[in-house]
Design a protein around this ligand. Sequence first.
Ligand code: HEM
Length: 502
Amino acid sequence: MLLTTIILLLLLIFTICFYFKRKYFTLSRSVPGLSPHFLLGNLLQTGCLTGESYINIQANLKKKYGDIYQYWLGPYRYYVFNKAEHAQHVFNNKHIYDLPNLTFGTQFPLGLVSIKGATYRRHARIILPMFKKANVVQHLDIIIDCTDKLIHLWKNQNEQQENKLNTNIIQQSKNLLLDIISLVAFHYDLEAIEGNNQHYDSKELINAINIFTDAYDTLVKSVGIPIIIMKLYLKFNKKYQHALKILKQYTDLIIEQELQRQQHDKPKNVIALLVSSLQNNEIRERKEPEEEKQGLSRAELFDELLVLILAGFATTSTALSWFIYFMSKHPRVQDLIKKELRENNITCDTYITIQLLDRLTYVDCVLKELFRYAPIVNSARRSLTQDDVIDGVQLKKGDSVLIPLYNLHMDKRYWKLNPQEFIPERFNGEDKNHHPFALLTFGGGHRQCAGQDLARLELKVIITRLMQNVTFTDGGPDTNSGGQRQSLTNTPKHLAVYVHID
Ligand code: HEM
């Protein structure tokens, strides 16, 4: 009797699994791809679970299947499109292609990266103008001052021990960009660059931010896991909940101070503008239809600040790490940047202004090449709000598409000079008029990066300031071999350079 029950039970489980595998985990619609495993999709086959970067995974799949294929991130199926014309279609049709329900919702469900429709439009009206070029230039001094602190730290380190290999560039880049974004967003000096002379508040906050970003990295690595499991993981993760509490305490304090200050001053910086958009009566606003709502609730403002911290320093610091790595490998480019500075009479002491920056056209080319060649963010994703056809492939409402940004940056069809090489001059010459959808560092369409003007300014100022004062040289083939480490972004795996003070 017991045996019969066990056999029947196993049969039932097998039938259910078979049904789900047939219905949800089979390739369909004659689009090629790796046959997905039950629940795991292609995570095992593509090496995703053993640390392979998403960028390499997409490059390998493209090699195997061509421009269009299916890719299963755990239980989620994506139709992947690799041509610039595909990207153009997806990003230009915002009424068809909107944000999918991603893992972001688990950490900041009320922030810009997670919301859609009328709620998104209400937030976007408040947030997007803060990061437009005209508004970010006011942060120039902050960026210069913070960069000078890093240069000062390197000077001190060199005085203590001459010609020491620097293996801490990734962390130092993070600290620099964290200090910048906390001053830009909060008007708060975290003093992450100095490291050892922090006061208690900064230490506690930096710790909380690190725990928060580490949790995010874990989520990115396990992106195929169902959202409900991720939510439970975060809910019962004591360290994470404590970090969130600390971040909440500090933001509440900063909001209160800002509310007091605004009785006298007009809002100017990011936190001031955000606080000035707080709803006067949250209970009343909650009852309004979404289209009629104004401003942000406190919970929404908190999530927006978390988004800005995370999106604002992890990506940009990764770009800076790659810049330093490329400079150590391409002394020719470094020399040309320094030559351009000399030609514009910029010495190590010259204070940078926006007018001076505008004259540095070679630095612009280096920046563009950095954005093309550095594998920072791997893809942009959308889901369909109605049926559509791309390049003969019938897509249905609710399907998800993925544009592998880096594959486009490396695609020979769109670049006249070899895309596998780091050649900044291409943007002044052969590749000046490249396909606009072949370079998509910041994504595209209505959901492209909200902070790109700030990122461009930060990196141009930092690069210029660094090149005014230091030269990077290669730390050797073993310690400075590059490679990729997948976390929230793709950082260099092995980065070690000598930092010479000029
Ligand atoms: C080199 C630096 C950066 C890179 C490579 C980068 C890249 C990206 C990419 C690829 C997206 C997705 C776009 C899409 O789906 O089409 C994105 C979205 C976003 N980024 Fe950035 N980003 C950078 C810096 C920043 C900074 C400095 C901030 C803010 C201070 C920021 C805030 C955001 C926000 C809020 C979104 C979500 C926009 C939306 O969903 O509407 N990013 N970023």
